[in-house]
Design a protein around this ligand. Structure first.
Ligand code: NAD
Length: 497
């Protein structure tokens, strides 16, 4: 019997009034594991009101006390992360080791946020003008909304909420309706860590919940991660309603392999980055640009590694799990059909995979195409599945041109032993995150994560110093203490003396 999952509001479970539900499914077996309550507009108002009510108290809580709660959350998370990883595997499908890796990368942002006293320190200038001092402070925004995608149920929310909370904001997290349990589990963990009720809330739902947050006058900012059309919509709607918005979108990440590269390393990394998490990563490699004359050798090395992978239930020690839903599985299989029909060479066909699982899971095995051309949909579209497309190019310059012509600009990688070529590459590609012999160059928590072009709307990347700036706003205070010779009336614009 499937359980029912609700919202989390003001430190406790909240049933809401929506009266609409969606299925939460285990993608490895196809079984429905829970019914998820979808928020109504009234529920949005209730949850935002709880967050707004908690804001003054949390904003005025000292940095020392706030960081104590963050350290406690970090300790609990570190001790119990296998529980969270198991939840992720059960709802997303990625294999357990990958789920654990996701939690660990999210935890790094919690650790970064523990340093918030240093990160929000202002500047002070003594005697900027005669007997005038100036100092700056950074203050929290208020209620901040976070809207996250299905593919990282724990890490993507953790790109934002540790910093938002540390900086003194209160949070409404709207997780993907496909994977809601991780958010509810983390809400419970915050409570155990001593976070006051109302500071961290979870609103489950679909477009109704998202639109409610985007238009609510008491929501100060929105941090969104998901597909490009929705990211653009969120950015445009949120900013139109006066909010600060960062909206991270989709991707089509290229890996450029130069002839001097270590081809075994490049093949290993193409497989890891193309098929890890069944290709459902915004930093997944999906196009391999092989510079001739090494394409034959590279494709053969990728093929050998691909056919050895074991696909199945993520709890069984497999290399790769299922796609998240039956719809996603059919969409990916449709792209494989289209690539074949368009004339690409299908080197490894994942449609016929025999997964190690029970039930009716949503599997497509690792799939490899060669001789892909840039007009094919397997090249132009974000497939978000385990499909690698090898495009043969004649030169470094042709590879860079393709990367720069792509409408997305999330991540890219070059494989080479030529330092000069790598240096030139990092300088001239229009992409936000670059790997040099590193296929999935996800920045550390103390740098900022974000792409260019259609991979990010807004001007603020996630976490790192940009994250701190996003969740705070600056104030500058100019002070003069009166002395016996104060200046009297002067209606001119203030000038420094
Ligand atoms: P999605 O855009 O379908 O959903 C993201 C969020 O938006 C979810 O919470 C969903 O409930 C909500 N949403 C969906 N449709 C909506 C609508 N019509 N109106 C309002 N809200 C809506 O994305 P997804 O399928 O969950 O995630 C996969 C996508 O996310 C891929 O495109 C991937 O590249 C991208 N992604 C990007 C990054 C990044 O850092 N750039 C990271 C992870 C995922």
């Amino acid at each position: 019997m499937a359980s029912t999952l609700h919202h989390w509001c003001n430190g406790t479970s909240f049933e809401g009034t929506g009266g609409r539900f969606s299925d939460v499914t285990n993608p490895a077996t196809g079984e429905v594991s829970a019914q998820l309550a979808l928020a109504s507009s009234e529920d949005v108002n209730t949850v935002v009101a709880a967050a707004a009510a908690a804001f003054p108290g949390w904003r005025d809580t000292s940095l020392a006390k706030r960081t104590q709660v963050l350290f406690a959350f970090r300790e609990l998370l570190n001790a119990r992360k296998p529980e969270l990883a198991a939840i992720i595997t059960a709802e997303h499908g990625k294999v357990l080791s990958d789920a654990l890796g996701e939690v660990s990368r999210g935890q790094e942002v919690v650790e970064f946020a523990c340093g918030i006293p240093h990160l929000v320190k202002g500047a002070f200038t003594e005697n900027a003008s005669t007997r005038v001092d100036v100092h700056s402070v950074r203050q929290p925004l208020g209620v901040v909304g976070i809207i996250s995608p299905f593919n990282f149920p724990a890490m993507v929310p953790m790109w934002f909420f540790p910093i938002a909370i540390a900086a003194g904001n209160t949070v409404v997290l709207k997780p993907s309706e496909k994977v809601p349990t991780a958010a509810l589990w983390m809400a419970q963990l915050w409570k155990e860590a001593g976070l006051p009720d109302g500071v961290f809330n979870v609103l489950n739902g679909d477009k109704v919940a998202v639109d409610g947050l985007l238009t609510h006058p008491d929501v100060a900012s929105v941090s969104f991660v998901g597909s490009t059309p929705i990211a653009r919509y969120v950015y445009e709607t949120g900013t139109r309603h006066g909010k600060r918005v960062q909206a991270l979108g989709g991707a089509k990440n290229h890996m450029l392999v130069l002839p001097d590269a270590d081809l075994d390393l490049a093949a290993d990394q193409a497989v890891n980055a193309g098929y890890g998490s069944a290709g459902e990563r915004c930093m997944a490699i999906s196009a391999v640009l092989a510079v001739e004359p090494v394409a034959d050798a590279l494709v053969e090395k990728i093929r050998q590694r691909t056919v050895g992978l074991r696909t199945g239930d993520g709890t069984r020690g497999c290399d790769m799990g299922p796609l998240v839903t039956a719809v996603a599985r059919d969409r990916v299989a449709g792209y494989v059909d289209a690539g074949e029909a368009a004339g690409a060479t299908l080197v490894v066909d994942g449609r016929a995979v025999q997964p190690d699982s029970e039930g009716e899971g949503f599997f497509v095995g690792p799939t490899l195409f060669d001789h892909v051309t840039t007009d094919m949909s397997i090249y132009t579209d974000e497939i978000f599945g385990p499909v690698l497309a090898v495009v043969r190019v004649g030169s470094y310059a042709e590879g860079v041109r393709l990367i720069n012509e792509n409408p997305y600009g999330n991540g890219t990688a070059i494989f080479t032993n030529d330092g000069g070529a790598a240096r030139q590459f990092q300088n001239e590609v229009s992409v936000g995150m670059i790997g040099i012999n590193v296929p999935v160059p996800v920045p550390m928590a103390y740098y900022s994560f974000g792409g260019w072009k259609n991979s990010l709307f807004g001007d603020s990347h996630a976490h790192g110093v940009e994250g701190v700036q996003f969740f705070t706003r600056g104030k500058v205070v100019t002070t003069r203490w009166l002395d016996p010779s104060h200046g009297g009336l002067n209606l001119g614009f203030p000038q420094n003396e």
